[in-house]
Design a protein around this ligand. Structure first.
Ligand code: BGC
Length: 427
């Protein structure tokens, strides 16, 4: 006999939505990434054959094409945002997370573009008119070309420039936006750009990583103060990539490394900005089973030995219960938590409904045990440009045909819509 479905109710006023970031969906942006990908797209396409599994190459042959790695017009969300927000209304979302593009707003140092500032105002107003609460990320991994030219985040001057940009947008949107996330996932950015060296500026140096990290964190702290100086009731929070780490085969050596790794990956930098956040934005995707080995690999002497039992199209290990453990741990900061990203690449939409429901089951359990979780944002509203992987990973509730720009709602989007409208999930 099928077990009876259980309806899990979420607290009143819970925020339900989805996330995007400017570069990944808007199209037509010139910044450090667009310049970098022109030089690197050929290399990425060439390396793909050895990098990805045969099943991935078979399923996504575009992985081998240079064009896959050029963002270009992306989903043209810059022009189609109203049409896309119509979907949010249909889905019953009451919140939406998006980012501003620094290179549009400040094309040259200290020069702000009124037209672009007005554009984002219209975007935000369009959400507000629909009763959708905007969550604004001020910088989601992309730097203007002129910031890259002075050495990006490694240069201390980036702090002054970023503060000027933050001040401008906070003043501009002070009457419209309450929730702010100044910088998206600093830890992931540093890991990918300065340690693994797969994102621009493609550096592999702990020394440079540390320099950039310090400047980013200082920028974050200053942003917190600036925004609060301008908007009294603002809620400013970190956007934080959290990974659930597990020791491989429960071996003692792996249990020993687990604690410091978990600290470095998940909690070190939240500790370093303890007095500078009003909420935590947790972004959770997968679990990693860690093994200490001899010799150096991509991440030093530690490798991942993931069981690959249930994986996304990207091969990431799906482990919904991980979100529960992370939420329980994050509750030690005694601040409200929003899950500002959680999602998977699943082109055929075979696992998405299950993925969302299982994660929500564990989120609900954490809430039931007293963790103050106040919102959930699925990543992402649309299929989009997945950075150095390009277009093939399909994270969207809504599929995008990149040739025609046609949007097609995936069935799981309606299932998620039911959850949003009922403020509850049937498990
Ligand atoms: C980033 C997104 C990205 C997603 C999936 C998050 O860490 O904020 O930009 O698309 O992960 O990889």
């Amino acid at each position: 006999m099928k077990p009876k479905e259980k309806a899990l109710k979420f607290p009143k006023g819970f925020l339900w939505g989805s996330s995007t970031s400017a570069y990944q969906v808007e199209g037509g942006i010139i910044n450090e990434w667009s310049e970098w990908e022109k030089k690197n797209a050929g290399r990425l396409a060439g390396q793909a054959k050895n990098y990805w599994q045969p099943w991935q190459i078979k399923k996504f042959p575009e992985i081998l094409n240079r064009e896959n790695y050029i963002c270009g017009r992306a989903c043209d969300h810059y022009n189609k945002y109203k049409e896309d927000f119509d979907l949010l209304s249909e889905f019953g979302h009451n919140a939406h997370r998006l980012s501003l593009e620094w290179s549009r707003i400040e094309p040259r140092p200290g020069e702000f573009d009124d037209k672009e500032l007005a554009h984002y105002k219209e975007v935000i107003l369009d959400l507000k008119k629909r009763g959708i609460e905007p969550f604004i990320t001020i910088s989601h991994w992309t730097n203007p070309v002129w910031i890259a030219a002075i050495g990006g985040w490694e240069n201390k001057e980036s702090i002054t420039y970023f503060s000027g940009y933050v001040k401008k947008v906070a003043e501009e949107y002070k009457d419209l936006v309450k929730f702010w996330q100044p910088i998206n996932e600093p830890g992931t950015y540093i890991g990918l750009s300065y340690i693994q060296g797969s994102f621009p500026p493609r550096v592999k140096s702990f020394w440079q990583a540390n320099k950039a990290f310090k400047n980013i964190m200082e920028s974050y702290r200053q942003s917190y103060n600036i925004i609060h100086g301008i908007i009294k009731e603002a809620q400013v929070g970190m956007s934080h990539y959290a990974v659930y780490n597990v020791p491989y085969k429960n071996k003692l050596k792996n249990k020993i490394i687990l604690k410091p790794i978990d600290y470095i990956r998940n909690w070190r930098f939240l500790d370093s900005i303890k007095n500078h956040f009003d909420f935590i934005g947790i972004q959770y995707y997968h679990t990693d089973v860690l093994n200490l080995k001899f010799g150096l690999g991509r991440w030093g002497p530690i490798e991942t030995k993931n069981p690959n039992r249930i994986v996304s199209d990207l091969g990431w290990d799906i482990f919904p219960r991980g979100i529960y453990y992370l939420l329980k741990k994050a509750s030690k900061y005694e601040k409200p938590i929003y899950i500002t990203e959680n999602g998977l690449a699943d082109r055929d939409d075979k696992k998405r409904e299950w993925f969302i429901k299982r994660h929500l089951y564990w989120v609900h359990r954490a809430i039931h045990e007293g963790v103050d979780v106040r919102g959930f944002f699925y990543w992402s509203l649309l299929d989009n440009f997945e950075w150095d992987k390009g277009f093939w990973p399909r994270f969207g509730l809504v599929a995008v045909d990149y040739k025609t720009l046609e949007r097609k709602i995936r069935p799981s989007a309606w299932k998620y819509a039911e959850i949003c409208k009922k403020n509850g999930v049937k498990i």
